[in-house]
Design a protein around this ligand. Structure first.
Ligand code: UN1
Length: 505
């Protein structure tokens, strides 16, 4: 087995990152696969962060003059670079974040998809024309770039979430300063190297248009407080949102927050259980339960509860936990010991509350003694307690019963978070009720698919403690622009709105 360390360095070098940047310095990056160090970085200082923001500001001033479709061309070429290097960048995601290879590759696919979407959007940054109440007047809306967009991303989607933000922000004429999680800086630097290749190919891209800042929360605070950063998009825990959002609000900057999720699935008697089981397995156990969209609560109608839980237990006991680089592994490691401890504590509390736990134990994986591998846990809970209402970022699925769908929907909504949700049913009335105003209160509500694995074409994000932000598809590009309302008088007189008269003669 090739050492994670050697392989990570080789991939980084191949993708164009100077090795000197990642082999000396106090910030040690460990692969969750083996727990061994794969990089030693020097974090950016506060002064460097301020210089990067100043450079990004200058870059924006030049970039906003470049026609939007030309800006879109940059994203098209970036997508090309990503396509060429998909396997290698995907593998680096696996080494640094511990995802199975197919998910690492899928993450890069998500980047390619949003780049192509952004390229299309670059010809569609359109406003409205509005009927004026005054004769010989016309009203319209125009959309302009904001300036420097700060992006703070989490370890679990170390490159795709940045790309959702950056691709749109850049075609809209902004510059981007990115602070990745200090747990996953290598994939960020590799992404930056590919971006720079695309920038060199398209030509005319100002220096500092996209920058990576490596370091901890001090750098996030600089982005949040900087008067020349009009928008910060932050993905991570609700606690992180609580730290960032008040700073942005204090200076009336925009916050695009994508925080905790505690996503539920409702399984109704008419559901195709075979299909539901597959969706539940991917939703709850995929990415080792470390997606913000992971299925964390299953609410099952009592008449099918026994049947469904029996099927799930079989899968939970047999699913392959292992080295994510190996063919056949479906569950890779947790990111670190902290995650393992959080999972362990939650399961202990669940047992104390009368929960019946299947799985949850640490798994030994050959050649990977330092990795935190766990068997995903299925926990039958007597009720939706405070513990169930709390997000633990690990593969724990709490399973509960319901009698009436209205009660199940109430349970779906009775948590502080509001990201994603789903229902499994073949009953049209049930499906439509779940999607209606009386239904799920989440930003994402699905029928007969799980809560995770969203496509980039839709708006992504959620309500309540999830933060209210939307990223990715639909008309989300508007978040990265400022709207100007223009009224044009093409006549020779000056009628005032609302019939006001103000005659100075
Ligand atoms: C996240 O976990 O922060 O819908 C994002 C999904 C992915 C994105 C997850 N497309 O699960």
């Amino acid at each position: 087995m090739v050492q994670t360390n050697d392989e990570a360095l080789a991939l980084m070098e191949f993708l164009g990152v100077p090795l000197s940047r990642i082999t000396i310095g106090p910030l040690e990056v460990k692969s969750p696969i083996t727990g061994e160090p794969i990089g030693q970085l020097t974090p950016h200082s506060n002064a460097e962060a301020h210089r990067a923001i100043a450079r990004a500001r200058q870059a924006h001033l030049a970039w906003r003059q470049v026609p939007a479709p030309r800006r879109g061309e940059l994203m098209r070429l970036f997508a090309e670079e990503l396509r060429t290097n998909q396997a290698d960048l995907g593998r680096l995601v696996t080494l640094e974040a511990g995802k199975i290879l197919s998910e690492g590759k899928g993450e890069v696919q998500e980047m390619i998809d949003i780049c192509m979407f952004a390229c299309g959007i670059s010809r569609q940054l359109h406003g409205l024309t509005i009927a004026s109440e005054r004769p010989q007047h016309r009203m319209m809306e125009t959309w302009h770039p904001l300036g420097v967009v700060g992006v703070i991303s989490a370890f679990n989607f170390p490159v795709a979430v940045w790309c959702w933000n950056a691709a749109l922000a850049l075609v809209c004429g902004n510059s981007v300063v990115w602070k990745p999680s200090p747990k996953t800086p290598l994939t960020a630097l590799a992404t930056q190297a590919l971006f720079e290749r695309a920038a060199a190919r398209v030509g005319g891209v100002p220096e500092g248009l996209s920058t990576v800042l490596i370091g901890g929360s001090e750098l996030a605070r600089i982005l949040a407080d900087h008067p020349k950063v009009p928008l910060v998009s932050a993905t991570g825990s609700t606690a992180m949102g609580h730290a960032i959002a008040p700073r942005l609000t204090a200076r009336f900057a925009r916050a695009l927050l994508e925080l905790g999720g505690n996503n539920a699935g409702i399984v109704c008697p008419s559901a195709d259980l075979e299909l539901a089981v597959r969706a539940i397995a991917f939703g709850a156990m995929g990415t080792a339960g470390q997606r913000c969209t992971t299925l964390r609560r299953l609410i099952v109608q009592e008449s099918i509860y026994g049947n469904l839980v029996t099927r799930l237990k079989t899968i939970y006991q047999s699913v392959k936990v292992g080295d994510p680089r190996q063919e056949g592994s479906l569950i890779g490691p947790l990111i670190d010991g902290g995650s393992f401890a959080a999972m362990h504590n939650a399961l202990k509390e669940a047992r104390d509350l009368g929960g019946v736990v299947t799985g949850g134990e640490r798994v030994n994986v050959d050649h990977c003694p330092g990795g935190y591998y766990v068997r995903p846990a299925l926990v039958e809970m007597p009720a939706q307690t405070e513990l169930v209402r709390t997000e633990t970022f690990a593969p724990i699925l709490y399973v509960m019963k319901y009698k009436n769908l209205v009660d199940a929907i109430a349970m779906n909504n009775d948590v502080p978070q509001g990201l994603s949700s789903c229902i499994f049913t073949h009953d049209l009335q049930e499906a439509e009720l779940f999607l209606s105003a009386e239904g799920s209160d989440c930003g994402i509500a699905n029928v007969n698919i799980g809560p995770s694995g969203a496509e980039i074409g839709g708006a992504f994000g959620g309500e309540k403690e999830t933060g209210g932000g939307r990223e990715s598809g639909s008309d989300v590009w508007k978040t990265y622009m400022r709207r100007a309302t223009n009224t044009i008088n093409y006549g020779n007189v000056l009628p005032l709105a609302q019939g006001v008269s103000f005659d100075i003669e």
